[in-house]
Design a protein around this ligand. Structure first.
Ligand SMILES: Cc1cc2nc3c(=O)[nH]c(=O)nc-3n(C[C@H](O)[C@H](O)[C@H](O)COP(=O)(O)OP(=O)(O)OC[C@H]3O[C@@H](n4cnc5c(N)ncnc54)[C@H](O)[C@@H]3O)c2cc1C
Length: 275
């Protein structure tokens, strides 16, 4: 069973000076100085890295997210399953994929590589899994030999077939992907891949990677909004609250009560100059 594919994830590149770009993009919105003046200050070293980091950190606590789209990363990803790839390509905003084609690539190994979940091994069915894959490999090779084009021969390939990606993703989307795919509600394989993407970014740009967390992380939403049942089973449930608990505390200790929004509240939003 040595034809099991092993996942690889590499941060290939990122747009230069990501922290400075975030700083200047946010600053442009909140400053009377022009972005040209801001960049002149950055380049002259008049704004410390600490100031840049703190400013970005404060902005990331707000819902102002479009400046995050101005920072971009490139990843090379290999040997993930077609099950994972189907989940991954559902992300459609702020991310661009190139994926290895089963139409143009003819897989020529005697035994095709595959990704096998640990659960098959735990169930003692790994030999059966590998046996089916061997028979699939043999049929696929026979199909190619018989002149069936690769794009049609691939119809016998399973979800376990490995695939490769070249991906460009901006910071806003990377945060969103971590929100939902580092959450234990996501499947183990995509969770592992996104964790490896985060680890790569942590090595290269730790100041940015610190914000890459599941949505319950202290640098993200901060609490779990999944079902109470899922929260109860999650290992992070020990250190992150569920939203129902926050409401209980609000009810118990808050100076106001959480009420259903009525017409009076909508009128208040409509009429009052709040800001
Ligand atoms: C735990 C889990 C279980 C899932 N189960 C299923 C399932 O059973 N079946 C299934 O089909 N899919 C499932 N999905 C996939 C899910 O429905 C999304 O397709 C996937 O997570 C992509 O995310 P996104 O829609 O936020 O797209 P992204 O492109 O990542 O979205 C980025 C941001 O843009 C917003 N956005 C994107 N497109 C639009 C738009 N057209 N209009 C307005 N806002 C937009 C998103 O809301 C998000 O805030 C699951 C995902 C997870 C994490």
């Amino acid at each position: 069973m040595n034809n099991q594919a092993s996942m690889q994830v590499k941060l290939i590149d990122f747009a230069a000076a990501p922290l400075e770009k975030l700083y200047a993009a946010f600053r442009t919105c909140y400053s009377s100085e022009t972005p040209i003046e801001t960049w002149e200050k950055i380049k002259a070293g008049k704004i410390s890295r600490e100031t840049i980091r703190e400013f970005i950190g404060e902005r990331l606590k707000t819902g102002h997210s479009s400046p995050l789209e101005q920072v971009v990363f490139w990843f090379a990803i290999a040997n993930v399953s077609r099950s994972l790839s189907h989940q991954f390509v559902r992300h459609r905003v702020g991310i661009s994929f190139e994926q290895q084609s089963q139409r143009y690539v003819k897989f020529k190994q005697d035994r095709l590589a595959f990704v096998m979940p640990e659960s098959w091994k735990r169930a003692g069915l790994d030999e059966d899994f590998a046996g089916l894959l061997d028979r699939t490999s043999e049929l696929y090779a026979r199909a190619l030999k018989a002149g069936i084009p690769a794009e049609d021969a691939r119809f016998v390939l399973p979800n376990a077939a490995p695939t490769n990606f070249h991906v460009m993703v901006n910071f806003a989307e990377m945060l969103h992907i971590c929100d939902v795919r580092l959450c234990v509600r996501a499947q183990w394989e995509i969770r592992r891949m996104v964790a490896m993407m985060r680890a790569e970014m942590k090595r290269a740009i730790p100041e940015i990677a610190v914000f890459l967390q599941p949505k319950c992380g202290e640098n993200r939403m901060g609490y779990c909004d999944e079902s109470l049942d899922d929260w109860g089973k999650c290992p992070l449930g020990r250190v992150r609250p569920h939203k129902s608990q926050l409401f209980q505390l609000y009810e118990q200790y808050g100076s106001r009560k959480a009420e259903v929004l009525g017409e009076a509240e909508f009128r208040a939003v409509e009429e009052k100059e709040l800001l």
